[in-house]
Design a protein around this ligand. Sequence first.
Ligand SMILES: *[C@@H]1O[C@H](CO)[C@@H](O)[C@H](O)[C@H]1NC(C)=O
Ligand SMILES: *[C@@H]1O[C@H](CO)[C@@H](O)[C@H](O)[C@H]1NC(C)=O
Ligand SMILES: *[C@@H]1O[C@H](CO)[C@@H](O)[C@H](O)[C@H]1NC(C)=O
Ligand SMILES: *[C@@H]1O[C@H](CO)[C@@H](O)[C@H](O)[C@H]1NC(C)=O
Ligand SMILES: *[C@@H]1O[C@H](CO)[C@@H](O)[C@H](O)[C@H]1NC(C)=O
Ligand SMILES: *[C@@H]1O[C@H](CO)[C@@H](O)[C@H](O)[C@H]1NC(C)=O
Ligand SMILES: *[C@@H]1O[C@H](CO)[C@@H](O)[C@H](O)[C@H]1NC(C)=O
Ligand SMILES: *[C@@H]1O[C@H](CO)[C@@H](O)[C@H](O)[C@H]1NC(C)=O
Ligand SMILES: *[C@@H]1O[C@H](CO)[C@@H](O)[C@H](O)[C@H]1NC(C)=O
Ligand SMILES: *[C@@H]1O[C@H](CO)[C@@H](O)[C@H](O)[C@H]1NC(C)=O
Ligand SMILES: *[C@@H]1O[C@H](CO)[C@@H](O)[C@H](O)[C@H]1NC(C)=O
Ligand SMILES: *[C@@H]1O[C@H](CO)[C@@H](O)[C@H](O)[C@H]1NC(C)=O
Length: 786
Amino acid sequence: MAALTLLLVLLIHLHIAFSLFPLAASRRNSTILPGSSLTAATPNNSYWLSPSGIYAFGFYPRGGGYSIGIFMVGIPQETLVWMARRDDPPVPGNSTLRFTAEGGLILQSTFDTPIAKPNDIAVSASMLDSGNFVLYNSQQNIAWQSFDSPTDTLLNGQYISAGMELRSAASDNDTSTGIFRIKMQDDGNLVMYPINTEDTAPYSYWSSSTNGQGDNVTLNLAGDGLLYLMNGTGTYLTNLTDRGLATPNIVYRARIDPDGIFRLYSYNMTERGNWSTVWSTTNNKCEPKGLCGFNAFCINVDQVARCQCLPGFDFVQSGNETSGCQRSFTAESCTATNAPASYNISVVSNTVWEDNSYSVVAVQTENECRMECLQDCNCEAAYYQVGLCNKQRLPLRYGRRDLGSSNKVFVKVGQMTPGNRTGSDPQRPEGRRKERIRMDILVVSLILIAVALAIIIACGILLYRNRVWLYKTIPTVGTGRMIEDVAPRSFTYDELVTVTRDFREVIGKGAFGIVYRGTMSNGKAVAVKRIERVSTDGEREFHTEMKIIGRTHHRNLVRLLGYSFDVSNRLLVYEYMSNGSLADLLFAPDKLLCWEEKMGIVRNIARGLLYLHEECETQIIHCDIKPENILIDEQRCAKISDFGLSKLLKPDQTNTYTRIRGTRGYVAPEWHKNLPVTTKADVYSFGIVLLEIIGSRRNMDQSVPEEEIILENWVYDCFEAGELHKLVDEEEGVDRRQLERMVKVAIWCTLEDPSLRPPMRKVLLMLEGTIDISSPPRPTSFISSI
Ligand SMILES: *[C@@H]1O[C@H](CO)[C@@H](O)[C@H](O)[C@H]1NC(C)=O
Ligand SMILES: *[C@@H]1O[C@H](CO)[C@@H](O)[C@H](O)[C@H]1NC(C)=O
Ligand SMILES: *[C@@H]1O[C@H](CO)[C@@H](O)[C@H](O)[C@H]1NC(C)=O
Ligand SMILES: *[C@@H]1O[C@H](CO)[C@@H](O)[C@H](O)[C@H]1NC(C)=O
Ligand SMILES: *[C@@H]1O[C@H](CO)[C@@H](O)[C@H](O)[C@H]1NC(C)=O
Ligand SMILES: *[C@@H]1O[C@H](CO)[C@@H](O)[C@H](O)[C@H]1NC(C)=O
Ligand SMILES: *[C@@H]1O[C@H](CO)[C@@H](O)[C@H](O)[C@H]1NC(C)=O
Ligand SMILES: *[C@@H]1O[C@H](CO)[C@@H](O)[C@H](O)[C@H]1NC(C)=O
Ligand SMILES: *[C@@H]1O[C@H](CO)[C@@H](O)[C@H](O)[C@H]1NC(C)=O
Ligand SMILES: *[C@@H]1O[C@H](CO)[C@@H](O)[C@H](O)[C@H]1NC(C)=O
Ligand SMILES: *[C@@H]1O[C@H](CO)[C@@H](O)[C@H](O)[C@H]1NC(C)=O
Ligand SMILES: *[C@@H]1O[C@H](CO)[C@@H](O)[C@H](O)[C@H]1NC(C)=O
């Protein structure tokens, strides 16, 4: 019976091969010996065939030249399933591919390029019927195989192991690396991302939701079209597809396509029709993030993804929808006085975007959000969700139409540059009249806006009087203009006694006092901080803190919800951070943070600090950045807390002399030298915290060998000696290049001369790898002289 089946299979194969390639038969040889070679432009010797004649390894035409890959020469589509050095330019027709025992496969063109480097002396090679090209050593063991370095396609028998990914091609014609990837993560989750992003949820656009199923999960494709995840002991964890037909006549392949969708295809070898899609990660062509480039959003039109620019934007390359969009007007310089007049707001409904808010403001109406953005020179667009106005800077990314979303995007639009007007304004000759009408509209709008403002202010005052709602809006002193204030609510002492159930549960102790856990009447958990050392000084600081925190809104700052102030009690009510402080996580004996999480926290802290230093209304120097003051919320997002020691700076006064604040070990050298203290003091403390995050230990640790006691010095020693791996635990999954970048940033931040330390804006760019970081100078240690 078995023999019969075998014969049948063989017959079918022979039938296919011979009926298609009567010529191919003569040069077919499944065993390739050292010394063999292929030449690109010779029709009878440009590839090696598999025994069935379906797969071929060799040159395929590409962009006027040739590249090397594996393709299904046995079907009319000649489908490419593997590419060697896909991002190298094509080679000319006289190039040869040579197989040598020691060097494996070498492409000889203008210069020699290794294509397959065996891990042993290769005595033979073979193009297998599975689509795998293999080099064998003298024991007939595999010394190299194409299945180990997949490109965009997964074949039957091949698997993607943990940590590996498939990357899409740029387009159907261009096989070089495109803009999407599907990664088999170490945590067991199979996730799709745009290329060049971190492996974190905000970037992902599809996942198998199988995380936590073990650390050695593989993605496999069976011969019957079953696409499944399996763990190290061979247990089926998840089946992504159903079983199909398992006959030699049906061929399956899974590929991440240039449009970012991962699809399973089947091909009927007897019918010889087309590939048909059996399964795909989504039917929505707009789902892959980044399809449309910057400032554009994707719309599904008759199953085709089209890109559309935001209002006031044009495609960077006209006619190229994937090139992204840029403003079609030249932005006037914006100042506080001309802000509302120099722009208009256009609205785009039902779209979703990446949220990169630099500020989130609680608003009551849509129109308030519109005004928020118009009046803020930093705001270039704002997303309005019910009750929240998320202010954004350009570029906006990952936009797509989503009819299920009630989001509104307000986009600032300026005056078109003359001559740059597009066809959308056919009434040029009537410009004068139009302008007069527009003036009228402007005046009417301004009056309406003024009335609206008056009403809002009146409501604000009423709300304040009645203390009905948690948030209220207040006008700034002097200008009467609405600002992004949603001031904290004032509580009575008795209310807070109820909230904290008579101060029962202590959750921490800060520099100023004890922190209690509480629950608001709506069930929301809060942290209530009792300020203990009440002096005249303390009272002033209390007021300072109120004022400053009331005006800060950033997702990397802990939000102040309210306060209580009476003769003997000063209490602050903060949002509750369920994961404690960075110190709890970082210095715990059992490692609770992996490298990626740590890097996320570092960026969060940097963003929060950047906001304090440059983006909020009054510059704030924190003065006490340390792991205890970095709190971690449920989503493990880090937020900076405790601005109680912050010093308010007037905009024109950048230097300030004060007595030492802050915590030993984190304070910048200038504090001790009576030098002016600037935002660079926070940069220093940030640098120390960064070092501690990298090393998962305190800056000063007496329990380690002498040369390692002061982390700062030890890090520099390791950096100079090129031994950075000593600083980290290999198991954390540390990215070496990122580690080096982090260490360099930390050294720059902790330099003794404040002027040499980079500002937070630059620190953030350095952390993200957006700019190159030059080698830092040798620091002079300061800690030891305290
Ligand atoms: C096929 O491979 C064998 C080695 O297995 C070799 O002896 C023979 O010459 C090869 N035939 C051709 C046509 O290259
Ligand atoms: C390929 O064809 C050329 C002539 O067309 C012939 O000289 C050469 O021997 C052939 N090579 C192989 C490997 O059959
Ligand atoms: C291939 O052809 C180019 C010209 O098209 C020539 O410059 C080059 O030397 C040739 N290379 C080999 C290996 O013959
Ligand atoms: C891509 O290939 C198609 C045919 O498959 C062709 O019509 C089109 O012009 C090609 N595009 C480019 C940029 O080469
Ligand atoms: C694979 O999964 C099975 C069932 O969930 C489990 O018993 C086994 O320990 C897992 N193996 C590994 C290596 O995680
Ligand atoms: C992962 O699983 C494979 C078998 O699927 C096994 O050979 C390998 O040793 C495992 N690796 C680890 C780190 O468990
Ligand atoms: C996946 O499919 C295999 C083979 O059909 C089956 O044994 C296994 O139980 C399935 N696993 C799940 C989780 O459905
Ligand atoms: C493949 O094509 C043949 C011939 O058209 C047909 O008989 C067979 O049912 C097809 N197989 C599948 C699985 O569709
Ligand atoms: C295969 O698909 C293409 C377009 O996807 C179509 O133009 C062509 O006619 C199809 N061929 C067959 C044989 O169905
Ligand atoms: C369109 O723009 C993208 C992104 O800039 C670029 O990669 C692509 O080559 C362009 N396509 C054409 C046809 O110019
Ligand atoms: C718009 O005008 C600017 C300068 O006035 C010019 O550089 C740009 O190319 C113009 N854009 C279009 C789309 O005409
Ligand atoms: C805003 O819109 C009004 C009315 O359409 C128009 O008169 C005014 O010029 C616009 N302002 C800008 C900066 O485009």
